[in-house]
Design a protein around this ligand. Sequence first.
Ligand code: BES
Ligand code: MN
Ligand code: MN
Length: 502
Amino acid sequence: MPSSSPAFQFTRSALADSTAELAIFGVLQHPTSDEILKDTWLDGLESLSPGATEILAQEKFDGSRDKVILLRNPKGTSGPARIIVTGLGRAARLRPAGLTTALKAAFDRAFGVRDVSTVALALPELELAADSVILAAVDATHDAGYASREAKKPGRSVAKVDLLVKGGIEEKPQALKESIAIATARAAARDLTNMPPNVKRTSTLSERAQGLAGLANVSVDVISDPEWIQKNMPCFYTVAMGSLVTDPPKFIRVHYKPANAKKRIILVGKSVIFDTGGYQVKTDDYMNTMKADMTGGSMVLAAIEAFAKLEIQGIELAAYLAATPNMIDAYAMLPDSIVDTTCGKKVEIRHTDAEGRLTLIDAVAKACEESPDLIITIATLTGSAARAVGEAIALMGNNDPLRDRLRDAAKLAGDPVQTLDIWDEDFEDIKSKLDGADIINTSQNKNRGAQSACAFVMSGLTREIPLLHLDIAGADMTKDEKATGIGIKAVLKFLIAESQLI
Ligand code: BES
Ligand code: MN
Ligand code: MN
């Protein structure tokens, strides 16, 4: 069942004059003691619901993050009849990611209250950028209401969310518009990833891509000819050999090209439809969740859709997907094979389960043919990334200023990110010892697997082009195996910020 989402609007009216049935009221924790911060902001709650502060104290509500409490506003007084007070923790420690979680907890609770069509959101002054606060509010609302297409119940929502222009919320219509596009893109990416593998094919991604062709300045190109792929992207083709009949490969490219674009950026999303591991097959439950191995692809499609709908100027954006499952039949790739690549290097396939980089190395080389200013690869690439950074994006690259800008955008967007450095040793690590091969698709130094996989992907560069690499294997799925949509906020925030630098 699809999710629904509310209409957002800024309102300058005071909370006491709000016609919303329910208010979400954020409170901070005292900087040093375990109680709520009693400042002039709290007076707003008191005047709306006299005695509220006393009740919070009785309930031992300490304002720590993610704690929510539902108060009833006595009948006869004006303003929302119900108030969800939500703890934001200490101001100095609050980051956009934390604010998003706190607000999600509040909206989760709000959506459970009956007969509410409008929610008013009131936030105290925060030490955060105004745009971050708006994105946190919008994303938390969408996230709380999200339901996958497979869900038995529809997503929850309300008709309207009023953002009270006071305290921490500034009236920034463009930021609101962008935030809605970003949160919508995140849900779209999650939808594709959440689809079960028995109904997911390379054509699922190409059809989704074709669906974008109607947008202004967008063109879509899908190459399904296996002979073309074999000749032009032989390493990608090698992964596809095990499923040529059952789910043939597709090289999908979507271009958004506004008039007078000054920069060209190409997003490459790992699009392994299902990763069985190949002949070095994944054992037991390691194969579970591998329907999500196309998360990079679902992300780049959602990103370009948002970018085009927002009609961002100055940047020409492309999404590349080399889509195939990693499967086994009599033609499937064998370990110790030596195969060609688009960039000309010869690859020793040491492990059939290190297939993602085999698809990406050729997609990166194809991207180089367009001489972009930047390539961003997004991939559920290595278990090592999960071990290195936990449930965060492992961000790597060959250009520190750009990497830092993407990291900063991720922080503002509330996407957890940690950077890893690529060393010369990582390129040494992937040198093949076989006579006939240049590089090998596994790491020999087992403890730098995320970095050496990135070095492998970078080996596809045929000219000096900045490349940023997001390994999202640690965070693409929740513990209960649902798509998180991690990274889409970071990437879109970054791209929008880059367009403003032009
Ligand atoms: N798709 C997996 C990586 C992965 C693992 C994503 C767990 C999400 C959760 C990738 O294709 C893979 O199998 N990587 C191997 C590489 C190894 C064989 C060199 C890995 O990380 O174990
Ligand atoms: Mn694999
Ligand atoms: Mn994989």
